[in-house]
Design a protein around this ligand. Structure first.
Ligand SMILES: Cc1ncc(COP(=O)(O)O)c(C=O)c1O
Length: 374
């Protein structure tokens, strides 16, 4: 569906698009390793001094070389990768489930996973427009909207999760969850599932095996338990009790950490590990894990940033697939919550919030909102 570069009138547009997007091309993925340059050669907001040098040792297709050699302004870091880097799409408009490029070509959006109720949903656009005309401020004033929103969220959650903090991104939410857990438990360490991703902040790269394995490696305070994958994992569907077996693996990881003198603050998991491969944990796994973690003095953090807000089907929250009785200590939300706008949330219990307040250090967020109890 990409625009045809040879057809009349389109070539100039494509060239313009490439001029605008071209820094990404040296950071391309999609298995086309031959077109990739070492990303360290590119610096955001810096002039690129000689493409040949930057791409030293790599073979570029001749067409790519031609326009790369004429291009020298590098305005966007190549660490920010584009879809289809060999011929990136320039999307100028979205509506419902469709996206449109500058030529008017229509794409069904199956991959931009945040526009939960569709791109530019009229109600979302109208609400944002109306609010923009009235007020945009920080959290140091009373306002009905934030309390109403917390109230509506609380109606979807178990009663115990009744304190809400609003933030700007999923990463911020998980970072705050980490702080809450540490403050509440007085412990430092975290148990995570293999292949997990919990965000791009330094604190979250540290608890994301999907990232840290390519970087500094595993920190001494991070402990990795196997993904409860009954399709390809350690214990499969033919196991008599995969939930217990995988939960015992968490117990084993906790015990081994404790033997080294470590203390567990939290177990972090996506309620349905999506980054790890859309894994549906066997029923009963989370309650059993929570028991082991709480016995070790830690809390259970359910990352619903990717899978929350009804995305798993009949349940609003993916952790509810584990039974109506299961209640995490902290739930983090993002992505769909704002239909692509920078909103995120942490929901937790009174006990955890009280411990956080006890530090005396305020929680303040310029763009989003502070905590509100309903
Ligand atoms: C499971 C999960 N947690 C956290 C995050 C971080 O969210 P954000 O990109 O809004 O910071 C992501 C983002 O992809 C995610 O998939």
């Amino acid at each position: 569906m990409a625009a045809d570069p040879d057809s009349h009138g389109k070539a100039a547009t494509l060239a313009r698009r490439r001029r605008l997007l071209s820094p990404h091309l040296c950071g391309g993925t999609g298995g086309r390793e031959a077109t990739r340059c070492p990303s360290s050669s590119f610096r955001p907001f810096q002039k690129l001094e000689g493409v040949g040098e930057a791409c030293d040792g790599w073979t570029l297709p001749s067409g790519l070389q031609t326009w790369l050699s004429t291009f020298f302004a590098c305005l966007h870091s190549s660490s920010c990768r584009l879809f289809f880097p060999e011929d990136p799409i320039k999307i100028v408009r979205g509506q419902g489930q469709y996206m449109y490029d500058e030529q008017g070509a229509e794409y069904i959006d199956c991959i931009n996973n945040v526009a939960h109720v569709g791109h530019c949903h009229p109600l979302v656009v109208q609400a944002a427009h109306e609010q923009n005309q009235v007020l945009n401020t920080n959290s140091r004033y009373l306002h009905d909207n934030i309390v109403d929103f917390a109230q509506r969220l609380s109606e979807t959650l178990p009663e115990k999760l009744c304190v809400f903090y609003f933030l700007n991104s999923g990463s911020e939410a998980n970072d705050l969850a980490l702080r809450l857990a540490r403050q509440y438990t007085g412990h430092w360490d975290v148990v995570v599932l293999d292949h997990a991703y919990h965000g791009h902040l330094s604190s979250l790269i540290d608890i994301s095996p999907y990232k840290f394995r390519d970087l500094d490696g595993q920190k001494e305070w991070v402990h990795v338990a196997p993904l409860p994958d009954t399709y390809r994992g350690l214990y499969r569907e033919d196991h008599p009790n995969p939930a217990e077996a995988y939960a015992s693996e968490v117990k084993r990881v906790v015990s081994s950490a404790q033997e080294q003198g470590r203390q567990i603050a939290a177990f972090f998991a996506e309620s349905l590990p999506s980054v790890g491969g859309q894994i549906i944990p066997p029923a009963g796994y989370f309650p059993a894990v929570a028991e082991h973690i709480r016995k070790a003095g830690g809390v259970f953090v359910a990352d619903e940033i990717q899978v929350g807000f009804g995305r798993v089907g009949k349940h609003f929250w993916a952790f509810q697939l584990q039974g109506e009785d299961f209640v995490p200590d902290i739930v983090t939300m993002g992505k769909s919550i704002g239909n692509g706008h920078p909103v995120a949330c942490v929901a937790t219990t009174q006990a955890v919030a009280r411990a956080f307040e006890a530090t005396g250090v305020e929680y303040f967020n310029t763009v989003s909102e502070g905590s509100r109890e309903h």
